[in-house]
Design a protein around this ligand. Structure first.
Ligand code: PMP
Length: 425
């Protein structure tokens, strides 16, 4: 394998190498990437969870104060005093763990309260929701237990990895991102072939920050008698008048067949959930191996009961986040940087070349901004970018510092077109 052209996928199987030899070879590869500056920062260690963190990396051992543009803690609820107090109260009342998997004694009062609250949050009846240990599991486990040989998933190519993992035992049709013509073609091709046809989309797409064309997708899906599942991990809590996400924006809260979401982003905790008809939830609770044979979240999830209330009681967090998004995006656009088609707090700075993107991320870090370089296979090979995401508690000073001290200071060769335009050349 030529390391200079290799990607992680090339190490999945190598002739004549057993798994331990492959792991050794892969270690050589990640070391090479590190030295060449082509890896982001590998696994960084940092202190602090807010908009400012202390961060150290393999090439920068002393922790350095940075502005963080990597967190999905959009509303900064991980730091909200009421959320923290409720989490601590949960731990004090119930202890530190669930003690067993849900079906055999690990389904506690706090799990039931959260399920009921989630049903109410989405204007659904009691029994319409369930909680998984992560958002990733909510998608993969739900789909794995529902879709088999006689079924077919029709997926937007840009859906999250957890959806793809859920489709290992069923038939798949992919359609290019948000492309309604291809979707319609796929729906009509499979219409009489499979018992279940389910279209699966994200609400907000996690790399470009753009939204699903949900109203048109919903109409097409129903026209062809299929079901619709929406993973709105990045939208719920953040977008929509009442913070119910992209599904609310399109007025489809009571119409989407399956909603999946995470508790680890806007709600500031960990876990994932599914909202659907009570009979589907019942099915999943008995049939989903990852639910049946695995312990569920800890009593600290008591904090989530408050976080869900705060979405209604303190809409100012959403408003502050939205102001930050407008301000930061304008700052980037004023520098003629390419932010793509984002409509959410995920704002990419598109560069294209993976090597340049890696170097840009390091230069940003040197200038005091922590933002991720996203390269293949996270995005396609020529679409590497720095991905930024904003929080409600970023101040104007944070954003100005990130924009002027750091992003603008990047060498002109990283963003040649942008800088040329910026300098009026
Ligand atoms: N869906 C999407 C669209 C995501 O971006 C993510 C997390 N990156 C997940 C699901 C998984 O969520 P969690 O971190 O709770 O596993």
């Amino acid at each position: 394998i030529d390391f200079s052209k290799a990607s992680f996928k090339d190490f999945e199987s190598i002739p004549d190498m057993n798994v331990f030899q492959r792991a050794g070879f892969f270690k050589d590869f990640t070391d090479y990437m590190e030295v060449e500056g082509r890896m982001n920062y590998g696994f960084v260690t940092h202190d602090g969870c807010g908009p400012e963190i202390f961060l150290s990396t393999p090439f920068q051992q002393t922790p350095k104060r940075c502005i963080s543009l990597v967190s999905n803690d959009y509303l900064s609820f991980t730091q909200h005093p009421k959320v923290k107090a409720a989490a601590i109260e949960g731990l004090q009342k119930y202890g530190t763990g669930a003690g067993a998997s849900p079906l055999i004694g690990g389904h506690h009062e706090y799990h039931t309260k959260l399920e009921n609250k989630l049903s109410t949050f989405f204007d659904r009846s009691k029994g319409s929701s369930m909680v998984y240990t992560t958002g990733y599991t909510a998608n993969s486990a739900t789909l794995l237990s529902m879709l088999k040989n006689n079924d077919c998933a029709i997926v937007d190519m840009a859906v999250h990895a957890s959806v793809y993992e859920g489709l290992l035992e069923t038939n798949i049709k992919r359609f290019p991102h948000n492309n309604l013509d291809y979707l319609e073609r796929a729906l009509s091709e499979v219409q009489s072939k499979y018992h279940t046809r389910i279209v699966i989309i994200d609400g907000v797409y996690s790399q470009d920050g753009d939204l699903a064309k949900m109203d048109e997708i919903y109409k097409l899906t129903k026209h062809y008698g299929a079901f619709l599942m929406v993973d709105d991990a990045h939208g719920i809590g953040v977008l929509g008048k009442r913070g119910r996400g992209v599904i609310e924006m399109f007025d489809l809260l009571n119409k989407v067949d399956i909603i999946s979401g995470t508790l680890s982003k806007a709600f500031g905790h960990i876990g994932g959930f599914i909202i659907s008809k009570p009979e589907v939830i019942n099915y999943l609770k008995f049939q989903s191996r990852q639910y049946v044979f695995s312990s569920n979240s800890t009593p600290a999830m008591n904090g989530l009961l408050v976080a869900l209330d705060l979405i209604d009681e303190e809409p100012e967090w959403r408003a502050r986040l939205s102001e930050n998004v407008t301000y930061f995006k304008k700052g980037l656009l004023d520098m003629r940087l390419d932010v793509g088609i984002t409509e959410s707090p995920i704002i990419p700075i598109k560069i294209g070349d993976a090597h340049k993107t890696g170097i840009a991320a390091r230069l940003l870090l040197k200038a005091g901004v922590y933002a991720n370089a996203i390269i293949y296979p996270g995005v396609s090979r020529k679409d590497a970018r720095i991905r930024t995401s904003l929080m409600a508690t970023h101040t104007k000073e944070h954003l100005d510092k990130a924009l002027t001290d750091s992003i603008m200071s990047i060498e002109s060769w990283v963003f040649p077109k942008a800088n040329k335009l910026y300098l009026g050349a």
